[in-house]
Write a protein that binds this ligand. Structure first.
Ligand SMILES: [Zn+2]
Length: 366
């Protein structure tokens, strides 16, 4: 796949310091900060951040992993993905007053990505997760994709390769103020997939419970719960219910919405409608968003995203121990069980009643 032509990012283009770049040839390597998209309360800005875990700015290699480019993404028979023929990056940059300034948009996007990964790593202990389980986590920038995978990635431009344990990062098809790979919420969503994979499979390199090509009802429920958990991780860890909005309008993923089970297609309904059509593709996001919205309701009731996250993570662990990875309704039961008594349990039960109604009987609710 040919690389897409580089195009300027508005925020990047507006930086006055870029126009002052005068050095050429070998960059001055004495940068202690690098330019990156960073999320601020009122939106993103491109600003210097400390080099931190990013040890080599040109190859984007550091303590959290390495970003490589090119290669071909391959599906293995066991449902995992591998990468073949990738190569090291060589990001060009100048250094001005100790700040590394990338010479093209790819560098800005990928440095931003690494910064977001570092923020996640810093936060993992507070989220009750062990960084040693997840890092190093390598990434593949713009690899060649099989057609099937292209169909699976219509919305995110980033993916977590289950079993292979790496991120796939793609360039945007259309210019955005904040490229998707530079959007902290998108990266957290993908990291949430890694967490869910570890919870349900037992380790980053374990094969997933269902192969990617498996379109059975249990597999489709599992894929919806994957999306639900990924969005729950992103929205609660960042305390941002609509993290997509900084890059593109996506009200269908705003977890503050009035999403209910009767608005969405369940895997059973999909099978009845699609029949034997081999081209029919189940959209796992709408059902996932109903679950992620229930999680957000708990955050609203408690007024604390990390307190809500702790309950939901504990509930998900209870569910993994007691149930099968496709049993969506048992997950709700386990969330309520983890909430115990009081405000949290009441809030979860009220949310489940509103969003799932008669479709689900949660035995732990009054
Ligand atoms: Zn996802």
């Amino acid at each position: 796949m040919p690389r897409l032509a580089l195009r300027p990012v508005p925020a990047f283009q507006a930086l006055p310091m870029l126009g002052l770049a005068t050095s050429c040839g070998e960059p001055d390597l004495e940068a202690d900060r690098y330019l990156a998209f960073q999320r601020e309360p009122d939106g993103y800005e491109v600003a210097p951040r400390l080099v931190g875990t990013l040890e080599d700015l040109a190859t984007i290699t550091g303590r959290l992993g390495e970003v490589r480019t090119g290669g071909i993404l391959l599906y293995e028979n066991d449902g995992s993905m591998t990468l073949d023929g990738d190569r090291a990056l060589d990001v060009g940059y100048d250094v001005q007053d100790g700040v590394a300034v990338p010479l093209d948009e790819d560098g800005l996007i990928l440095w931003s990505f690494y910064g977001h990964l570092e923020d996640i790593a810093d936060q993992l202990p507070a989220l009750g997760l062990d960084g040693d389980v997840f890092f190093p986590l390598n990434s593949a920038w713009t690899p060649v994709l099989p057609d099937l995978l292209l169909e699976l990635l219509p919305k995110e431009n980033a993916a977590y390769a289950t079993g292979g344990h790496f991120f796939v990062l793609l360039d945007d098809l259309f210019a955005k103020d904040v490229p998707l790979v530079a959007n902290a919420g998108v990266i957290r969503h993908e990291f949430g997939h890694a967490v869910f994979h570890v919870l349900t499979s037992g380790g980053v390199h374990r094969r997933p419970p269902f192969a990617a090509a498996d379109t059975s009802v249990p597999s489709l429920y599992y894929s919806s719960l994957h999306e639900a958990f990924a969005d729950t991780f992103a929205t609660l860890s960042l305390d941002a219910p609509d993290y997509f909005e900084d890059s593109l309008p996506m009200t269908s993923r705003d977890v503050r919405g009035d999403w209910t089970i009767d608005q969405v297609e369940t895997p059973e309904q999909f099978h009845r409608t699609a029949g034997d059509d081999p081209l029919a593709l189940y959209d796992p996001y709408p059902l996932g968003t109903v679950f992620a919205s229930t999680a957000w309701d708990l955050r609203e009731a408690l007024g604390d995203p990390l307190e809500a996250w702790a309950i939901l993570l504990e509930g998900t662990r209870i569910w993994v121990d007691l149930s099968t990875p496709d049993n969506a309704w048992a997950l709700l039961d386990a969330w309520v069980a983890a909430a115990g008594q009081g405000v949290a349990a009441e809030a979860l039960c009220a949310s489940i009643e509103t969003r799932f109604g008669d479709a689900v009987l949660v035995e732990t609710c009054p």
